[in-house]
Design a protein around this ligand. Structure first.
Ligand SMILES: NC(=O)c1ccc[n+]([C@@H]2O[C@H](COP(=O)([O-])OP(=O)(O)OC[C@H]3O[C@@H](n4cnc5c(N)ncnc54)[C@H](O)[C@@H]3O)[C@@H](O)[C@H]2O)c1
Length: 257
């Protein structure tokens, strides 16, 4: 019960890494506020947690919309009185070298992946500051550290999230709030399946290429990232501040292909 009595808000928890993390956090005793844009997905995560005896509440909200986020945070605080951990996980993918990216697609990915970290943080932070306690986990990516082909817009957003994480940490350290980033490599989720289809004529060849740029022969699983998130959410990581945490099968410090 590493998160006993903690109230956790996870954005984009209807699928992939967010869903897996919600299940792991609930098993560790947390009350999990499951956020997603898609109601059916969020409700499924909520039901999965409850069916295992865990505590979950689904709140639909669009992390890019201030009114929607404010309403979500107000409801969460009304229900639980506090938010101990905010996991800014929601994100979308973007494919293409810079000249291939249309302006609308560029704006959309920046909106979801950067504004979608800024807004939940903006409305949760005052509550954490008041209680002088909190852990914020921001979803970056190993693409913030290494150049990958045809990922320009996505890389730009994940680099921004990493820089924002460090800046936030400096501003909120005196409130006993920790802010750290997760940098996953390739994790098998619906997000990656879509990316493989969009990026490669032969998705299997794409997968083989991804494997070659890691040290591990396997791709990551959502649970691998969930365990890292659990560490950052728990008090066990109390000396980690403004840090990038890599879960990438050796892609960053192993091979840079
Ligand atoms: N899968 C990977 O290989 C990988 C690697 C590094 C980083 N990441 C990051 O991890 C995060 C989760 O990725 P995933 O692979 O689990 O993706 P996923 O597509 O399986 O899940 C993302 C969830 O976010 C939700 N979402 C999207 N826009 C939203 C919005 N505006 N408001 C609320 N919810 C919204 C989606 O509905 C979806 O349920 C993303 O930020 C992604 O960039 C993923």
């Amino acid at each position: 019960m590493r998160l006993c009595n903690k109230v956790v808000l996870i954005t984009g928890a209807g699928s992939g890494i967010g869903r897996s993390t919600a299940l792991v956090f609930a098993k560790e005793g947390a009350s999990v506020i499951v956020n997603d844009l898609t109601a059916a997905a969020g409700e499924e995560t909520e039901a999965a947690i409850r069916s295992e005896g865990g505590k979950a509440l689904f709140i639909q909200a669009d992390v890019t919309d201030p009114a929607s986020v404010q309403k979500m945070v107000a409801r969460a605080i009304g229900e639980y009185g506090r938010i101990d951990v905010l996991f800014n996980n929601a994100g979308i993918s973007g494919v293409g070298a810079l000249h291939e990216v249309e302006p609308d697609a560029w704006d959309r990915i920046v909106r979801v992946n950067v504004r979608g970290v800024y807004l939940p943080s903006k409305y949760v932070l005052p509550h954490m500051m008041e209680r002088r306690n909190g852990s914020i986990i921001n979803m970056s990516s190993c693409v913030a550290e290494i150049g990958l082909a045809r990922r320009a817009s996505y890389a730009a957003t994940k680099g921004a999230v990493l820089a924002l994480t460090k800046s936030m940490q400096v501003d909120y350290a005196s409130y006993n709030i920790r802010v750290n980033a997760l940098l996953p490599g390739t994790i098998l989720t619906p997000f990656v399946e879509k990316y493989l289809k969009e990026s490669y004529d032969d998705p299997q060849a794409g997968l083989d290429g991804i494997r070659r740029r890691q040290l591990s022969g396997d791709l990551g699983l959502p649970e691998d990232v969930a365990q890292a998130a659990l560490f950052l959410a728990s008090d066990e990581s109390k000396f980690m501040m403004g840090s990038p945490l890599y879960i990438d099968g050796g892609a960053v410090f192993g091979k840079n292909a």
